[in-house]
Design a protein. Structure first.
Length: 338
């Protein structure tokens, strides 16, 4: 009896220790993502057009469950405490930054969201519920806290709010799909053996080409931003979300850097005009990559299901009519592999 009690106690300590380590890891990821985002702040050293922590927080909730929220809150405290205007404002911002991804997570669960993002409906609900709807909370609470604390004049409310909201939404659109892809890859025991060197070379050329074209498009005075879309379409068609998510991140980061420096198509404009142009561009690229990759993934899954059903039907026909020639074994195996 005493031995069983001791074993249960040790198991409980291990579970608690593992939970604590997960929460610390979530807080550390949130903190690291926040400081990366703050490198490109545009309003009051605190509001940025791409806020990675929202994408990190939502991805952690989708993979670890709702018990990840203390890690999100801890990371938000660590980020905002040194730069917040007052303790009450920091508390309000932390509450808003914690509630926003939780609300997005609950909305996604409510509609049956699948983290694999292998259906068009999953991509759509991530955009409209996860990014656009859920992030209204953090933007409204955070901007109101800055106004009430006197850190921002009342006349700057809508400018700060729009930057905050679109930055949080872009964090979900760009970072969450990428982390979900990485989570699936890390859960695999080993990489697929049938990946050809030519496909790896194609992936490398795709990433380098996306970066090179985006650099040219965002650093020249001529409006060439449309040149990035063929690369996003290429990534979605050939690699689905695993290729589209990194390419979308590359495009967004380089476009934000050009906006912060006031170069390329984003130069010679006031902050509101630059923000509208930037977020319209980033939103278009993220939506193109996410939605097209989901459509291609769903189409491929449907094709595999049809091929599997056809193989089963052929097998059933052979059993009912044994005198008919049996389908070659190689054809059935190749059909199953497709």
């Amino acid at each position: 009896m005493a031995r069983d009690t001791g074993i249960r106690r040790n198991n409980g300590f291990r579970r608690n220790g593992a939970t604590a380590l997960r929460l610390v890891a979530v807080a550390a990821l949130y903190y690291a993502g926040a400081w990366i985002g703050l490198l490109q702040e545009l309003v009051r050293d605190q509001v940025t057009p791409l806020w990675p922590p929202t994408g990190i927080a939502l991805a952690c909730l989708l993979t670890l469950g709702p018990m990840a929220w203390p890690g999100i809150a801890l990371g938000a405290v660590a980020v905002n405490a040194p730069i917040g205007p007052s303790p009450l404002a920091v508390l309000a911002i932390v509450v808003g930054n914690t509630l926003a991804p939780i609300c997005s997570y609950l909305l996604l669960r409510r509609v049956g969201f699948r983290p694999a993002l292998d259906r068009l409906r999953d991509a759509l609900v991530l955009v409209f519920l996860g990014a656009l709807a859920g992030m209204l909370i953090s933007a409204t609470v955070g901007t109101a806290a800055l106004i009430v604390s006197g850190a921002l004049p009342v006349g700057d409310f809508w400018t700060a709010w729009s930057v905050w909201w679109t930055g949080d939404a872009m964090g979900v659109l760009v970072i969450t799909p990428l982390l979900l892809v990485l989570h699936r890859l890390l859960r695999r025991v080993r990489l697929p053996r049938d990946v050809s060197p030519y496909r790896l070379l194609e992936a490398a050329v795709l990433l380098l080409g996306t970066a090179a074209v985006t650099l040219v498009a965002t650093r020249t005075e001529v409006s060439l931003l449309f040149l990035v879309f063929p690369f996003l379409i290429w990534a979605a068609l050939r690699f689905q979300l695993a290729g589209a998510a990194p390419c979308s991140l590359i495009v967004s980061v380089l476009a934000i850097a050009a906006t912060a420096e006031g170069t390329g198509p984003f130069s010679h404009h006031a902050l509101p005009a630059r923000m509208v142009t930037l977020q319209a561009f980033n939103g278009s690229t993220a939506l193109t990559a996410l939605l097209l990759s989901a459509i291609i993934t769903e189409r491929n899954a449907t094709r595999r299901q049809i091929e599997h059903v056809c193989a089963q039907l052929a097998e059933a026909v052979f059993r009912l009519a044994p005198d008919e020639p049996r389908p070659p074994e190689g054809d059935r195996k190749s059909t199953d592999r497709r």
